[in-house]
Design a protein around this ligand. Structure first.
Ligand SMILES: [Zn+2]
Length: 452
């Protein structure tokens, strides 16, 4: 017989009338003699047990307190008699709570007036607590539904309520509600005055479910940045009742934008994405080609050149290329598009005459391709290339690399190509709504009511 000691956990509940009630929650036993580190402190299972019992005590007590409030007849102030009891089941973060709720008889005074108060119906309005729904939606937007269900099951004292279907349904409800609010939200008066609002927009391709009209569909996402406010994320999938431009318009409104105020758009130059902004604002906007994207293209060229510049006899033929490749970045940084395009043309002409181009030297061919692509890119986006240098030093934004992070945080973690998952536009749309709301901290503040 080993020596054992106990920790008895009990609660004391004090009602509005001052009456106290005690209940035992748990009894944790430990042995002294062959104690090991395994037994040190509470185990996860024990803590789940304790949480579950605490929650049961509290929810039943809360219910009791509420129904007592509702008991008084509003007409004669008498306490009514119990008619019968009903059981209500509500899912909470700490387990399924089954509470006993009495139904009251009609008062002896004969009044059929409704309850003086409606405490219990207000309290028990719904099948799951908003906190549980929010956490299920948040995890479902970060992990696959199955993984999210597993994580919840590891840490929370619940029996089989977190399956992937529940999670998907909860996320869908939360997403639809967030979207409904966003779209219905009014314009907010801005104190930021005339400072322009920036929209950083980006696209991503998602693998579509079998049977969808194409193998991939494009989602748009990004953020709206306004001075003095935290950036607001937005994202939308195609073929939704709420279009991408509706979602963007809601985000603009939330950031204090009003029609007529300047909007600057940072993008990769994709016309489709720019058009979303135009349909959201119904007004001309300023496009700026994202320096980050431009810089990436230059970097690829620089790297390709770095890989072959040391090969002998190249420099003799490619003297112009050697001069222009390092210059390109400086030219474009200061917004000299015409000069940069001329440099591209010269380089292409020289590369074209190079005897090595026809040989199997893949590196040279690759350099040629990259420069050629840059030429096309510059021609297409000449109007949206600005003097980045000046903007940068005057503290104005020049890059949508924040959109890259939006794309990363919104899409890549959950829907990237490595996960062999296929998505429907509606499923994607919902996950994106929740992810964007999580990223902004909007989900935490949301007062969810999914009962209806
Ligand atoms: Zn009465």
């Amino acid at each position: 017989m080993t020596a054992q000691f106990k920790m008895i956990i009990s609660v004391e509940l004090v009602g509005v009338d001052g009456v106290r009630q005690r209940g035992e929650i748990a009894n944790v036993k430990r042995s002294v003699d062959d104690a090991r580190l395994d037994d040190f402190g509470l185990s996860l299972e024990e803590s789940k047990e304790i949480q579950l019992h605490l929650q049961k005590e509290l929810t039943q007590f809360q219910t009791d307190q509420a129904v007592q409030r509702d008991r008084k007849c509003s007409h004669c102030d008498c306490s009514r008699q119990v008619h019968d009891y009903r059981s209500r089941a509500i899912h909470s973060l700490f387990g399924l709570c089954r509470v006993r709720v009495p139904r009251w008889r009609r008062c002896e005074c004969g009044s059929s007036a409704r309850l003086a108060t409606d405490c219990a119906p207000t309290l028990l309005n719904g099948r799951a607590t908003p906190e549980l729904e929010r956490i299920q939606a948040e995890l479902g937007s970060r992990l696959s539904f199955r993984e999210a269900a597993r994580v919840l099951d590891i840490f929370l004292p619940t029996a089989r309520v977190h399956n992937h279907r529940t999670l998907r349904n909860r996320l869908a409800k939360v997403a639809d509600q967030i979207e409904k609010w966003d779209v219905a939200s009014p314009y907010r008066l801005s104190r930021a005055g005339k400072s322009p609002v920036s929209v950083v927009i980006d696209g991503a391709y998602i693998r579509a479910v079998p049977g969808y009209q194409s193998r991939h569909f494009e989602v748009a996402m990004g953020r709206v940045v306004s001075q003095g406010r935290a950036p607001r994320q937005f994202a939308g999938a195609p073929h939704m009742a709420t279009g991408k431009h509706d979602i963007l318009r809601a985000a603009l409104r939330a950031q204090g934008w009003l029609p007529g105020r300047d909007v600057t758009v940072f993008s990769d130059g994709q016309v489709g994405l720019q058009n979303i902004v135009l349909s959201a604002t119904h007004q001309p906007v300023t496009h700026i080609l994202d320096w980050f994207r431009l810089s990436m293209r230059l970097r690829h060229i620089e790297q390709a050149w770095e890989g072959i510049r040391h090969l002998h006899d190249l420099n003799v033929y490619l003297r112009d290329v050697a001069v222009h490749v390092p210059r390109l970045r400086h030219l474009l940084w200061s917004g000299y598009v015409r000069e940069a395009s001329e440099a591209v043309t010269q380089m292409l002409a020289q590369l074209d005459q190079h005897p090595g181009l026809r040989d199997a030297t893949g590196k040279l061919r690759r350099l040629c391709e990259l420069i050629n692509n840059l030429g096309t890119y510059l021609a297409q986006n000449a109007a949206s290339i600005v003097n980045y240098c000046r903007r940068y030093w005057s503290g104005q934004p020049i890059s949508s690399s924040p959109a890259e992070s939006a794309a990363n945080s919104l899409v890549n973690a959950r829907m990237n190509k490595k996960r062999q998952m296929r998505w429907s536009p509606i499923g994607t749309h919902r996950v994106l709504q929740v992810r964007a709301a999580v990223a902004d901290g909007r989900l935490k503040k949301a007062k969810l009511n999914l009962a209806v």
